[in-house]
Design a protein around this ligand. Sequence first.
Ligand SMILES: Nc1ncnc2c1ncn2[C@@H]1O[C@H](COP(=O)(O)OP(=O)(O)O)[C@@H](O)[C@H]1O
Ligand SMILES: [Mg+2]
Length: 250
Amino acid sequence: MDTSIVIETSHLTKAYDGHVAVNDLSFHIREGETFGFLGPNGAGKSTTLLMLLGLTQPTSGIASVLGLDPVRQAREVKKIVGFLPENVGFYGDLNAEESLRYVADLNGLDHHRIRSRIFELLELVGLKKDAHKKLAVFSRGMKQRLGIAEVLIKEPRIIFFDEPTLGLDPDGAIKLIELIQSLNRERQITVLLSSHHLHHVQKISHRVGIMINGTLVAQGTINELAREKFGIEEREYSLEEIYMKYFQEA
Ligand SMILES: Nc1ncnc2c1ncn2[C@@H]1O[C@H](COP(=O)(O)OP(=O)(O)O)[C@@H](O)[C@H]1O
Ligand SMILES: [Mg+2]
């Protein structure tokens, strides 16, 4: 067994009422990697994340997350894997500090450590000056960054980001992507990033996977995929060109 592999699936399949959302998925992610997870809407990306987290059960096949089985050990998996879902829910009447305190409480964080830790996290995600603003007035980008601070409370080794930059303006999206990159580089957090913003994915991913209609049609480094689709590289291909080629041929 390769010990640097932290996520692995084998023939993972999920059908909803006969409709196959994820079909025979076998892939892996290594420790410390940022893995870009691509595919059109409805491809099965979120369903895959939910199965890895133990939030929905596979129809067949198996997954392993840090050596744990998400079906039988869902609680343990949720303790060490952070998840920023597509739509993060917040209480608009709380301010940022209160919201983080609430999550810290839920995670059983020691009361003496809470205050300093909360301000550390707010600073890390660039919200220190907004600590006492109500979430009702937060922009989508600010909410996403607060969501990341909440995820970081439990000090996860892996974080899943499901379309984190959707609906952000270009500046907010770039800042969020740079924050995700710094979590990977400086805190050695393994990242699984699902996104339609291919230039962002290209910028920070070590490897990518392309899912179309429930099937993972490619996985590897961007150079590997370029070679597979375009042969010997006479120039560098963008992830966008590579993705479109797989998409057209699927
Ligand atoms: N809870 C559900 N019940 C029935 N069908 C679902 C459910 N969740 C997702 N699906 C279907 O599964 C397919 C994959 O969806 P999803 O994993 O959300 O794709 P993606 O995240 O790539 O956009 C879609 O056809 C979607 O309609
Ligand atoms: Mg999705």
